[in-house]
Design a binder for this molecule. Structure first.
Ligand code: F6R
Length: 615
């Protein structure tokens, strides 16, 4: 969490940093700050609130000149979000300044030691400890900044991506990474530093992504050097050509990124299977799977690890893998998996699902699985992300940047990738008949068009939203493949509208949640024709007889449920296994409209951040 931006070169740094921070606000938006060196001194402005609050403040508070600067948008870990705890942080001398994304776990003993040595602290942050540690090291041994950063980082336990500079030497920025991402954009006589490449894509298409335990000193008019923090060895960094473009990270006429991303789903699902799925020829292939095909076909078990929405995609995949490929699957929250003593062997395939590829718990779970000998396959969206690099192999979802904090297109593209893997394994293992296999390939190819049709439910979703926008609670029910969709629908509603919502397997309702049902309770039931339709209809009747308000997501033309429900949302017909790709669409729209009507910040819900890089 937290976004950092740095610039050194020949342009004015301030506008570039502010624009960059806005693009990184998905990473955290509790507070923001910027520091510039204007040729005479450091000019620092920081505030609780969003980058727009910082802009208002900075223009009154500091001169905005300078072609070196660093900025930060924060998701608070240590210390409440207030002005003082906001980054950048200065060292006691006022010479050094830092922005930091991550957590210094051993900051307390370090702080105690520094206090003994006469340092004073203004904030409650671990970051202020780090910058003073760097200063202390620098002073003690009269070290250059880069060396001092390196020595200090070797004393630190935790995670970080940092940018540091010294006002006495304002022609270099020192950057380092462990556990939190950091990209360096390479321009002509200029460098851009950021948590991801979005802040600088209009300036350069060449970037270096620092690896864990690497640091770099970016200097004006000097070649950049990348080193290992531990042993000081030089690294030859890989210069990546960026594929992102500006249009992808702008709202494109929509009011919110979330809505833009919901509407992108037909296209991005197509992008996900493009070149991999050739339905007419009966082929589905992904390089990462083909290169490791025996690992998959010999797997005694597939273990899926993920968090949040990605975990829900994993649950859908559990049903799909077991049905198509007859391989036992377990799905685990990464945060639980890593802290028990899981039984894993080299016969297990671990699939780690992550949009950002930076989720700390998922990353740690992968490392544990690897230590125990499992083969790890990553399903990530962000190219070059930590999880994609840490995995033995993987497949990207190709959904493009997802900026709205609530995940939408990541979910459907993850399911698309996982479905393709399951189909490939089914083909090799002969666990689906030829006709079933071909039917699924052809059906998967039709999904983008059907998602487009499902998006036509926007108006009806909006009307339903206006009826229930003030409800304090909401239940979501589904069975089989659509039980995870119920969980996902509830998560979408609660995270962006702050309405309490729960998802259940529909049949579980009578084991407790049914007690909640009265005439005030909206219940969203996912009831497509395929699957356990009759059973779900019985569940709908149980809700109706207790006066619950029923919002049903049904297959087009379903008159039986229409006669029972208060509202129906019709989606196109598809097979049971692929139905989550369609049923989830109206649930995304419903949450979106409810949140907008309640005046919530849809793209930046309170307390959340897009990539959860702390455990
Ligand atoms: C919900 C949401 C989160 C993420 C979770 C995992 O809308 O976005 O629940 O799904 O934090 O993130 P990734 O997929 O980046 O590992």
């Amino acid at each position: 969490m937290c976004g950092i931006v740095g610039y050194i070169g020949h342009r004015e740094a301030y506008p570039l940093i502010i624009k960059g921070l806005k693009r990184l606000e998905y990473r955290g938006y509790d507070s923001a700050g910027v520091v510039l060196y204007d040729g005479t001194d450091l000019k620092l402005s920081k505030t609780k609130g969003k980058v727009s609050d910082l802009e208002e403040r900075a223009v009154k508070e500091i001169s905005l000149n300078g072609s070196i600067g660093i900025g930060h948008t924060r998701w608070a870990t240590h210390g409440v979000p207030n002005d003082v705890n906001s980054h950048p942080h200065l060292s006691n001398s006022g010479n050094l300044v830092i922005v930091h994304n991550g957590i210094i776990e051993n900051y307390e003993p370090l702080k105690k030691e520094l206090i003994k040595r006469g340092y004073v602290f203004k904030s409650d942050t671990d970051t202020e400890v780090l910058i003073n540690l760097i200063e202390d090291v620098q002073k003690k041994d009269n070290l250059k900044l880069g060396k001092a950063v390196q020595v200090a980082l070797n004393q630190v336990v935790g995670a970080y991506a940092i940018c540091v500079f010294d006002k006495q030497k304002p022609d270099e920025i020192v950057v380092a990474r462990l556990g939190s991402p950091l990209a360096i954009g390479l321009g002509k006589d200029e460098f851009f530093i950021a948590s991801d490449a979005s802040p600088f894509i209009e300036y350069t298409s060449n970037a270096i992504y620092l690896e864990d335990e690497e640091m770099a000193i970016v200097r004006l008019n000097k070649p950049m050097k990348v080193r290992k923090i531990k042993d000081d060895s030089l690294v030859d960094p890989y210069v990546q050509e960026l594929q992102m473009n500006l249009e992808q990270i702008e709202k494109g006429g929509y009011d919110h990124f979330m809505m833009k991303e919901i509407y992108e789903q037909p296209n991005v699902i197509r992008d996900t299977y493009r070149g991999r799925l050739h339905a007419n020829e009966g082929i589905v292939r992904m390089a990462g799977v083909e290169d490791n095909i025996e690992k998959f076909t010999n797997a005694q078990r597939i273990l899926i690890i993920a968090c949040g929405t990605s975990w829900h995609a994993g649950l859908v995949a559990e049903y799909i893998f077991e049905e198509f490929a007859r391989i036992p699957v377990e799905v685990e929250y990464a945060s639980e998996f890593r802290y028990r003593n899981p039984i894993i062997s080299d016969k297990d395939v671990v699939i780690a699902i992550s949009q950002s590829g930076e989720t700390a718990d998922t990353l740690a779970a992968i490392k544990l699985a690897k230590e125990k000998g499992a083969f790890v396959f990553g399903v990530c969206n962000v190219v070059g992300s930590s999880i994609s690099r840490e995995s033995h192999a993987g497949a990207y979802t190709h959904a493009g940047p997802e900026i709205g904090v609530a995940s939408t297109k990541a979910f459907t593209t993850q399911i698309t990738v996982l479905t393709m893997i399951a189909l490939r394994l089914a083909k090799i293992k002969g666990t689906l008949s030829n006709s079933e296999y071909h039917r699924y390939l052809l059906e998967l190819e039709t999904i983008p068009e059907k998602v487009k049709e499902a998006l036509e439910t926007n108006e009806i979703s909006k009307q339903i939203a206006s009826v229930y926008k003030d409800a304090p609670n909401c239940l979501y029910l589904g069975r089989g493949y659509n039980f995870p969709v119920a969980l996902e629908g509830a998560l979408k509603l609660k995270e962006i509208s702050y309405i309490h919502a729960e998802g259940y397997p529909a049949a579980e309702m009578k084991h407790g949640p049914i007690a909640l049902i009265d005439e005030q309770m909206p219940v969203v039931v996912i009831a497509p024709k395929q699957g356990h339709y009759d059973k779900v209809v019985s569940n709908i009747q149980e809700i109706k007889s207790r006066s619950g308000k029923i919002i049903a997501v049904v297959t087009k033309g379903d008159e039986q449920v229409r006669a029972l429900a208060d509202h129906v949302i019709e989606i196109p017909e598809t097979s049971d296994a692929l139905s989550p790709l369609l049923t989830t669409i109206p649930l995304q729209l419903l949450s979106y409209h409810i949140a907008v009507m309640r005046g919530c910040n849809v793209d930046q819900p309170r307390n959340l951040a897009k990539s959860v890089t702390v455990e």
